[in-house]
Design a protein around this ligand. Structure first.
Ligand SMILES: Cc1cc2nc3c(=O)[nH]c(=O)nc-3n(C[C@H](O)[C@H](O)[C@H](O)COP(=O)(O)OP(=O)(O)OC[C@H]3O[C@@H](n4cnc5c(N)ncnc54)[C@H](O)[C@@H]3O)c2cc1C
Length: 380
């Protein structure tokens, strides 16, 4: 005898920043929202470099957000989450020469950050069920509805949010490998929590240390940091973790623990709205392809998806407004960032050529533009 199907107005798959922001915004508008999260503890294990943008960085990068009071308030994170200010970023060339830019961000523990966001969604009225993984989607012809089969019960809903991260579980279950719905160019990343003499700044290292990618040191306090490597799949000889250990050893940093994950670096999926399902955050491929940052886009897209559902119910506007709004706000920066990444893939072949190109681009602002997701300089 199959378990009964529990029907909810909105189901959100995943309690990352995208899912929690979306659920909070929906619950505040009076909708019935259930978040299903496969992990036992939200945010654990953390999969992040843990650089979290302030609102200044967000409005400086994306369009049409200045007057969005809900998002502006959402980005006012409590002091207890902000372990270390990240006012500057330094980009190191293979020779050790560096270029420095301003940044408006902070380092935090992603575990605490994700937990805080999920708590806010619950306080707003959303229900959160952990230990509940979406496993299958079955179409029920009798009701004309899809049934979400999870590790703990069966569900149906009026609206479904795919906030399941880089592997886009809803898109994958419905459409397999179809790139229209699946984020592409999944880049493997490994990081370590370290102790030792760490910089004040967010440091990025380019060249053979991380072929077609970069290594980072993100300080989290006076003697702790998150140190990681993201490398285009298949570009590194040997194991990414071994390279990270060597990188840390060379800097005399003691490794306390490891983490890692996949970052979708192929740009936005071609379709973010599939019937009454809306893909948000990494599941929609909204990570910056040139730097791997995705927290702010996850929150923004989660909020926009919620607003599209509310407007659909109240005003009858189409759900496709969601995708249009995401592209209007985030599209240009994501496109620039993708171009920069593709230029890196095409030209950064070995330390000599990487150094030469960056020595030309650095003094004329090319590296800064790349990191800030402005239009790349087409000097090559
Ligand atoms: C190593 C690494 C370093 C990074 N560093 C940074 C950084 O410093 N700054 C930055 O801005 N971005 C960074 N990113 C990117 C950033 O982590 C993501 O863009 C962001 O977490 C996306 O949020 P999300 O809510 O879309 O997805 P996620 O945070 O991935 O959340 C998805 C949630 O869905 C759950 N889930 C997945 N499948 C199912 C299922 N079948 N059923 C139920 N639940 C499910 C997961 O358990 C998870 O909780 C990094 C990513 C990685 C991997």
């Amino acid at each position: 005898m199959p378990t009964p199907v529990e029907h909810r107005q909105v189901i959100v798959i995943g309690a990352g920043p995208a899912g929690s922001a979306c659920a909070q915004r929906l619950a505040e508008s009076g909708l019935d929202v259930l978040i299903l999260e496969r992990r036992t503890i939200v945010g654990n294990p953390a999969q992040c470099g843990e650089c979290i943008p302030h609102w200044g960085e967000v409005v400086g990068t994306f369009k049409h957000l200045d007057d969005h009071s809900w998002l502006k308030t959402y980005f006012e994170f409590p002091q207890r989450l902000q372990l270390h200010r990240l006012d500057n970023m330094r980009v190191f060339l293979p020779s050790g020469k560096s270029y420095e830019f301003e940044l408006d961000a902070f380092a935090g523990h992603r575990l605490q950050f994700d937990g805080y966001l999920a708590d806010k969604a619950v306080q707003a009225g959303a229900e959160l069920r952990v230990n509940t993984a979406l496993k299958r989607i079955q179409h029920q012809s009798k009701t004309g509805r899809d049934v979400l089969v999870t590790s703990d019960g069966r569900f149906s809903c009026d609206f479904l949010i795919d906030a399941s991260g880089s592997l886009a579980h809803v898109g994958r279950l419905r459409h397999g490998q179809d790139p229209v719905y699946r984020p592409e160019d999944q880049v493997p990343t490994t990081y370590a929590q370290v102790r030792g003499k760490v910089p004040e700044t967010f440091d990025v290292f380019l060249g053979s240390v991380a072929p077609n990618g970069y290594a980072w040191i993100i300080p989290k306090g006076p003697d702790t940091a998150n140190v990681g490597l993201g490398v285009r799949a298949g570009m590194l000889k040997g194991n990414v973790k071994e390279h990270l250990i060597k990188f840390c050893d060379d800097l005399n940093l003691e490794i306390l623990s490891f983490g890692g994950g996949w970052i979708p670096m192929g740009g936005p999926v071609k379709r973010m709205v599939d019937g009454t399902t809306l893909a948000v955050g990494d599941a929609a491929g909204l990570v910056m392809p040139s730097n791997g940052g995705g927290i702010s886009q996850a929150i923004i897209s989660g909020c926009f998806a919620a607003e599209a559902i509310v407007n659909h119910l109240e005003l009858g506007s189409p759900l496709s407004d969601y995708e249009a709004k995401v592209r209007a706000s985030l599209g240009k920066a994501l496109k620039n960032s993708l171009r920069t990444k593709n230029m890196g893939y095409a030209f950064f072949r070995g330390d000599f050529i990487t150094e030469t190109i960056l020595r030309i681009l650095g003094p004329i602002g090319g590296i800064k533009r790349a990191m800030e997701c402005d239009r790349p300089l087409w000097i090559l």
